[in-house]
Ligand binder design. Structure first.
Ligand code: CP
Length: 647
C-alpha cells in the first residue's frame, strides 16, 4: 500500500508520471477511474485550497467524499486518539487525506490505517502535495526544473511547504536562494539533509542583489557541487568576503516563492522585519522574467499589485491543485498493491529497551501522543567516522547519539566513533540501546564501562592559563570589544566560552555578550546566555565580531555545522575560532585562530575535556585515552579499554 507522507516517498520518475497524468485530466474526467471509491478528509487545521481541491479532484474522478466539517466536533473532542481515528475511518473510505497540527501525525495515522493516507500538511514538517503543485507550476512556466534558481522567502523555519519544496528542488537539480525573515531561517536538519543527500553547499548572495525585497535580511545561495565556501573560513576577512560575495552576484532569479509568517506555530512573538514583494520588486529590471509564487493564503507579505502582473502566478498555482491531485489520486489507486520504489538507504532503529531516545522536537507526535507512535529513528552514520545522528521517523528532526549500550551485557558508555563496527553489529542483532542520558541507562540497571588508562594533557592550572592567554589575544585582535560576541558550542564549548567571557571581563572591566550554539539539540540553535535581560530580544549577529569557542578541534565538522548556523542567522563582520585542544585531524579546512594546546594524536586516540561542574566532574582536565582494540573489547562492553567519552 502506498502512502504519501513526505515528498521523499515519490521518486523523480514517479513525480514526472504524476505530471503526465495531470496534463491529461480531460481523459481522467471522462474515464472516471475512482468510480465507487470514497475519500475521507480529516482536517485538524484550517484549509481552503488543499481540502477543496482534493475533494473536487476526487469528485471529478468519479469518486465521492466523506468528511468532518470540523474535527473539534468529531470524537477527537472526547479524547479519541489519532490511531483509533485512522483505523476506524479507513474502514469507511478508500483513501484518507489528513492535515494535522503535530509534526509526524500523518505518518502515525498511516501506521494504523488500512488504506492509503495522504499528508495534507503536518505541523511545521511537510506538505508534499503542495510541492507537487509548485513543481508542476514551475515546470509549466519555465519548461523544466533543472538549473532554475528559486528564491524562497519569509518564514523558512515553520513553513512546511518550504521543507518539502527545497528537497524536491534539489532532487531536480535546481538552485535555491534562501531569504529568511529574522530568526526564521531554514532549520539545521533541512540544511544538513540537503548537504548529506545532495551535496548542496551554502554561499552568501551579494547584499544589494535582493534589496527590492528586503534590506535587513541576509540571503544565502544553496547550490549543488560547489565547495562549501562560506563554511570553510573562520576568519572572514575583507578579501575573502569580497570573493565570496562576487561568486553569487548577478544571479538570474527564475522564481520568487513567498510565504506568510506562520504565526500559529510561534510562541515567542512575531515582531520584526519580514520580506515583502510589492511595487519595488516589479520595477526592478533584473526581475523582469521572475515569476512570483505563493502557496497562499497570503497576509501582507505579497501586495495585491502583483496580482495584475503577468509574473504573479500564484492563483494559477492554486488552480493546478485540482489536476495535480486528480493525477496523484489516480497514481495511488493504481499502486495500491505495489511496494514503494523509493530506495530505502537508511537503517531504522527501535530501542530494545522500554526507555530510550526521544525526539527533541516539542511539536512531534511522538511526544504529544506517544500511545499512537513508536520511538523509531533513522540512523545517520557517516561512512568516514564522526558522530551518529538519529532522525525521528515521524518528523525528521535530528539529534546526536549521546550514550550507547549493549542490551545483553548491560554496559553503557558515551558514543565514540571508534566503536562503530561494534555498534553496527549490535544494531543487526537488535542489541543496540541508545540513551539520551546516563540516568536512563542506570534506571534500567546498565553499568558504566570502566575507564581505561588516561594520560593528562592539560591540568587545571594549564587550562586556566590557556584561557587567560586566549582572552588576551582576542582583545588584542578585536576592533570593537563592545560589539564582541562569545559563542560556545554546547556543552563543553559553551562552558569554556563562559570562562573566556569572565576572563575578558576581568581584563577590561566589561563583560562581553555570551551565547551558545546547540547543534542537533532540543532547543533553539542559537541563544543568548548573558546578559539575561528579557528585553534584549534574539541574539543579533549582524556586523558583530564573533568568537566561536569549542573544546576540541578534531575533524572540524562540528565547527562547520556551527558556522553554518551562524551565517544562516545573520552576517557577522568576522568569525574567529578558539579551541582549547587542536588534535590536528581536520577534514574540513577550518583554521583555528586561538589554540590552548596543539596535541598531535593518533586516529585511535580520544581526547576529552572535563570541566568542573559538567557531568559531575570535580576538576578541570584535558585527558587522552587510547582505544586500541576497541572493536574487540567494546563488543562485550565489559573490558576496561576503549568505550570512553570522546570528541
Ligand atoms: N496552500 C495551502 O495549503 O492552502 P490551504 O491552507 O488553504 O489548504
Amino acid at each position: 500500500m502506498r502512502h504519501l507522507i513526505s515528498i521523499a516517498d515519490l521518486s523523480n520518475d514517479e513525480i514526472e508520471e504524476i505530471f503526465a497524468l495531470a496534463d491529461s485530466t480531460d481523459e481522467l474526467r471522462t474515464e472516471k477511474p475512482a468510480t465507487g471509491q470514497i475519500m475521507a478528509t480529516l482536517f485538524y487545521e484550517p484549509s481552503t485550497r488543499t481540502r477543496l481541491s482534493f475533494e473536487s479532484a476526487m469528485q471529478r474522478l468519479g469518486g465521492s467524499v466523506i468528511s468532518c466539517s470540523d474535527m473539534k466536533s468529531s470524537s477527537t473532542a472526547k479524547g479519541e486518539t489519532i490511531a483509533d481515528t485512522a483505523k476506524v475511518v479507513s474502514s469507511y473510505a478508500d483513501v484518507l487525506v489528513v492535515r494535522h497540527h503535530w509534526d509526524g501525525a500523518v505518518q502515525a495515522m498511516a501506521e494504523h490505517a488500512d488504506v492509503p493516507v495522504i499528508n495534507a500538511g503536518d505541523g511545521g514538517h511537510e506538505h508534499p502535495t503542495q510541492t507537487l503543485c509548485d513543481l508542476y507550476t514551475l515546470r509549466k512556466e519555465k519548461g523544466g526544473l533543472k538549473g532554475l534558481t528559486v528564491v524562497i522567502c519569509g518564514d523558512l523555519k515553520n513553513g512546511r511547504t518550504i521543507h518539502s519544496l527545497v528537497f524536491a528542488l534539489a532532487r531536480f537539480g535546481a538552485n535555491v536562494v534562501t531569504l529568511a525573515a529574522n530568526g526564521m531561517a531554514l532549520p539545521q536538519y533541512v540544511i544538513e539533509g540537503l548537504e548529506r543527500e545532495y551535496g548542496y553547499g551554502l554561499m552568501p548572495v551579494a547584499a544589494d542583489d535582493l534589496s527590492a525585497v528586503v534590506t535587513e535580511t541576509d540571503a544565502l545561495y544553496l547550490t549543488p557541487k560547489q565547495p562549501h565556501q562560506l563554511a570553510l573560513f573562520t576568519q572572514v576577512d575583507e578579501v575573502i568576503q569580497a570573493r565570496l560575495s562576487s561568486m553569487a552576484t548577478g544571479l538570474r532569479y527564475d522564481a520568487f516563492y513567498m510565504t506568510r509568517k506562520q504565526k500559529e506555530r510561534m510562541k515567542d512573538g512575531t515582531a520584526g522585519n519580514y520580506p515583502t514583494i510589492g511595487a519595488n520588486f516589479l520595477r526592478e529590471q533584473r526581475f523582469q522574467d521572475t515569476v512570483v509564487m505563493h502557496p497562499l493564503p497570503r497576509v501582507d507579505e505579497l501586495s495585491p499589485e502583483v496580482d495584475k502582473d503577468r509574473r504573479g502566478i500564484y492563483f494559477k498555482q492554486a488552480a493546478y491543485g485540482v489536476p495535480v491531485r486528480m493525477a496523484l489520486l489516480k497514481f495511488l489507486f493504481d499502486r495500491q498493491e505495489k511496494q514503494s520504489s523509493k530506495p530505502k538507504k537508511s537503517v531504522v532503529y527501535e530501542s530494545p529497551e522500554t526507555i530510550g531516545p526521544h525526539c527533541r522536537n516539542p511539536n512531534c507526535v511522538t511526544l504529544n501522543e506517544p500511545i499512537s507512535t513508536r520511538r523509531k529513528f533513522r540512523i545517520l552514520s557517516p561512512d568516514d567516522g564522526g558522530a551518529w545522528l538519529l532522525a525521528c521517523l515521524y518528523c525528521d528532526h535530528r539529534s546526536k547519539v549521546q550514550y550507547i549500550g549493549n542490551a545483553k551485557s548491560k554496559r553503557y558508555s558515551s558514543f565514540d566513533p571508534g566503536l562503530v563496527n561494534s555498534l553496527r553489529e549490535w544494531l543487526n542483532k537488535g542489541e543496540l540501546s541508545i540513551f539520551d542520558t546516563i540516568k536512563e541507562a542506570e534506571e534500567l540497571g546498565y553499568e558504566p564501562t570502566k575507564s581505561g588508562p588516561q594520560r593528562v594533557l592539560m591540568n587545571e592550572a594549564e587550562i586556566n592559563k590557556a584561557l587567560v592567554d586566549i582572552a588576551t589575544q582576542i582583545l588584542r585582535d578585536c576592533q570593537n570589544p563592545d560589539r564582541l560576541l562569545i559563542l560556545g558550542v554546547r556543552s563543553v564549548g559553551a562552558q569554556l566560552a563562559q570562562r573566556l567571557a569572565q576572563e575578558i571581563e576581568k581584563q577590561r572591566q566589561r563583560r562581553p555578550e555570551l551565547g551558545e550554539i546547540e547543534i542537533f539539540g532540543a532547543g533553539e540553535e542559537l541563544r543568548r546566555v548573558s546578559p539575561t535581560d528579557a528585553d534584549a530580544g534574539p541574539l543579533n549577529l549582524k556586523d558583530r565580531e564573533v568568537i566561536l569557542v569549542d573544546d576540541v578541534l578534531y575533524t572540524g565538522r562540528t565547527v562547520k555545522s556551527a558556522l553554518s548556523i551562524i551565517f544562516r542567522s545573520g552576517r557577522p563582520q568576522s568569525v574567529r575560532l578558539a579551541v582549547l585542544v587542536d588534535r590536528g585531524h581536520r577534514e574540513v579546512p577550518v583554521r583555528p585562530n586561538y589554540v590552548g594546546k596543539n596535541i598531535p594524536s593518533a586516529e585511535n586516540e580520544r581526547v576529552r575535556v572535563k570541566l568542573r561542574g559538567l557531568d559531575q566532574e570535580t576538576g578541570d582536565q584535558a585527558v587522552m585515552y587510547s582505544i586500541e582494540n576497541a572493536a574487540g573489547t567494546a563488543a562485550s562492553l565489559s573490558a576496561a579499554e576503549g568505550a570512553v567519552a570522546s570528541r
